[in-house]
Design a protein around this ligand. Sequence first.
Ligand code: ATR
Length: 271
Amino acid sequence: MDRYAVFGNPISHSKSPFIHTLFARQTQQLMRYEALLAPLDGFSQALAQFFAAGGKGCNVTVPFKEQAFGLVQQLSPRAKLAGAINTIRLTDDGVLLGDNTDGAGLVQDLLLHIPSLAGMRILLLGAGGAARGVVGPLLGQQPATLTIANRTLVKAQQLAAHFSSLAPVSACAFDELAGPFDLIINSTSASLAGEVPPIPSGLIHGDIAVYDMMYGASETCFNQWARELGARACIDGLGMLVCQAAESFMLWRGIRPGTKQVISELRRNLG
Ligand code: ATR
């Protein structure tokens, strides 16, 4: 049976085995997918061992995504842009191919809720690894503008400069933000600490959609904040998780699994 896995540290919380097991059942693929804890200083050895033992592909999560980027022999164009990978496939030629499906997962999930991102004025909060992985795919949707705002302004400026050859991207400090925006995506890890990035509340209006890349059994504090201020739609990152997994599955098995039902099942399981 073909073997797949997700590497991370910590990893016991990972929903990926649940998601990929449902995908495999749905598409009738004979495969096994497990969560593997890699030591913080032993990721490259764990990865090498996995493929030496016959592994066909894997996901990589926090904190190994950047390190994994340097361990594969080939990179997809979107992985090169992101500077980090979350998916590895052993090709028929025995080469490790690295890909980054996070941004595609975000875009696919957004398009389940919003008809099109073309022409939208998008604000991306945060400039860490999570933001870097999604800027390229967001720009590919041809928004009217993309503004990156971050607590540490210089990181937003660096991220904007990295992508400025693709399309105009601007950087801004939280307290200097002036709308209007049509969509705000929160890629910061503030929700983990129960905090909302200190952006002006006036940015939220009745026609705006917000997307928090975090998720949980209850509404994230960012989405709660935006909903109470009257945002039209408040979406959390559970769908992104499932959609990025579907992209990885497609890379490995050549079949695109359906995501909607898996998102619902995962949501039921969170409670
Ligand atoms: P990830 O891979 O999840 O993006 P990261 O690379 O550590 O993790 O980046 C975390 C992001 O969340 C950063 O943009 C960080 O802002 P700084 O660059 O100023 O550190 C942002 N962040 C974390 N906690 C935050 C908070 N309480 N308020 C606002 N932004 C926060």
